[in-house]
Design a protein around this ligand. Structure first.
Ligand code: PMP
Length: 449
């Protein structure tokens, strides 16, 4: 079988996510035969370095022997059992370990099977908590501009990326959207810290005005990934956590994309030394193997649902594959690798390599900013450097870099005009340098430089 056969069969039957299918009249559909470490290989032996970890999920490479073994062992024991009324060792061990490694106070794990569902759980739990507490006026959420929390209707509603949201607006609940701390917008000469602190004033004002009707504030700690990898300073989270406590409003930390070491610490919240009321995790949770997500919360919130059945306070939310044992065993293998290999510390060298390998792009006439938080590095292509004037989105400059990457053995799927690296942690310094070279040439080409 060749690439061509699979392409045709695919296009006859599959509808792909986040894609205008007509693009594939020109853009090649790439059938992947196997994965190994950072590499994906097609049916003709072409290899692509997975620079974006297959949508930010893969942590330790494709076909990692340690994760493979864990799943294989579990497969022979128990593939799945419903989690209502039943339990199993992988879900118990995983919950114990997640409670131990997440910020203090997050003592209860509620599982689902994808990131959006974990967000839905947090939103519903927060609302329901206030209802169980007699605070029925609390029915709304505060979110940040440029945020993203998933595609299901509730998660989409609390996001703010027009590209994904606008069409569905008539179907969505209305959050209170506060201008966020995206440091790309800071004034020349202003530090990210100062800007984040300054932008926090909008949040304080919104809480002053709306706290009585608000269940929770939801944020992506430190990096708004789907919103073009925009970044902000931990000081914002510190101020926000303090304000949520003062105003009697929950804080939901959506660490679905940034959790598991992406920002340089195991969880982004650690950099602000805060503990949210809810933390949503998915993606890296299973090292990119299986769909699993978890919403962690506090004993206080758990106890507010704990009562006689007839009081009707229970959280009657479920998904068929909640807490799937195979997913949990992949997650346990993931946590074991983090501990045994001292991954967070080892990654420092890779972070530094990403920084130095892209340093020259800071002076590129069509790069508005090269920004980095831990293992996430983003390059913003602009029409005009000093005003940061963006290229019109219709020009699809990022897509040209994507094509260039594919032709040169790199998977660099962009976000609009932003090219970014968010690689598996098994990438080598040499591979980072070669990725930077491919990206540089792609950017030169896409910006007619
Ligand atoms: N929250 C954030 C911060 C995300 O980046 C994503 C996925 N990109 C989601 C939620 C949704 O996760 P999923 O795609 O698994 O539904």
């Amino acid at each position: 079988m060749s690439n061509q056969t699979y392409k045709q069969r695919d296009l006859n039957a599959v509808w792909h996510p986040c894609s205008q299918m007509k693009d594939h009249e020109q853009l090649p559909m790439i059938p992947i035969r196997r994965g190994q470490g950072v590499w994906l290989e097609d049916f003709e032996g072409n290899r692509y370095l997975d620079a974006i970890s297959s949508w930010w999920v893969n942590l330790f490479g494709h076909a990692n022997p340690r994760v493979n073994d864990a799943i294989k062992q579990q497969l022979d024991e128990l593939e799945h059992v419903m989690l209502a009324g039943f339990t199993h060792e992988p879900v118990i061990k995983l919950s114990e370990q997640l409670v131990a490694i997440t910020p203090a106070g997050l003592n209860r794990c509620f599982y689902a099977d994808n990131g959006s569902s974990a967000v839905e759980v947090a939103l519903k739990m927060s609302f329901h908590y206030w209802r169980n507490s007699g605070k029925e006026s609390k029915t709304r959420f505060i979110n940040l501009s440029n945020s993203y929390h998933g595609e299901t209707l509730g998660a989409l509603a609390v996001g703010d990326v027009a590209l994904y949201k606008e069409t569905y607006e008539p179907l969505l609940m209305q959050p209170i959207t506060v201008p966020g701390p995206d440091c790309y917008q800071r004034e020349a000469g202003e530090s990210c810290h100062a800007y984040s602190q300054r932008m926090y004033e909008h949040m304080e004002a919104a809480l002053n005005e709306h706290a009585e009707e608000v269940c929770a504030v939801i944020v992506e700690p430190l990096v708004q990934c789907a919103g073009n990898m925009r970044m902000y300073d931990p000081v914002y989270l510190k101020l926000l956590k303090d304000a949520c406590e003062r105003h009697g409003v929950h804080l939901i930390a959506d660490e679905i994309a940034v959790g598991f070491g992406r920002t340089g610490t195991m969880f982004a919240c650690e950099q602000a030394a805060i503990s949210p009321d809810f933390m949503c995790l998915s993606k890296g949770l299973t090292a990119g193997y299986l769909p699993l997500s978890v919403t962690l919360t506090t004993d206080n919130i758990y106890e507010c649902f704990y009562d006689d059945y007839t009081t009707q306070k229970a959280f009657l939310h479920s998904h068929s594959y909640t807490g799937n044992p195979l997913g949990c065993s992949a997650a346990l293998a993931t946590l074991k690798i983090f501990a045994e290999d001292n991954v967070i510390k080892q990654n420092k060298r890779l972070e530094e390599e990403m920084r130095t390998a892209t340093m020259h792009l800071r002076d590129h006439p069509h790069v508005g900013e090269v920004r980095q938080t831990g293992m996430i590095l983003a390059i913003e292509m602009v029409k005009e450097k000093y005003s940061k004037q963006a290229y019109p989105w219709e020009e699809r400059r990022g897509l040209q870099v994507y094509r260039h990457g594919l032709n040169n053995g790199a998977l660099l799927r962009p976000l609009g005009n932003v090219i970014y690296f968010m690689p598996p942690y098994v990438i080598t310094p040499q591979q980072i340098r070669s990725l930077a070279e491919i990206a540089t040439k792609g950017i030169d080409h896409a910006t007619d430089y």
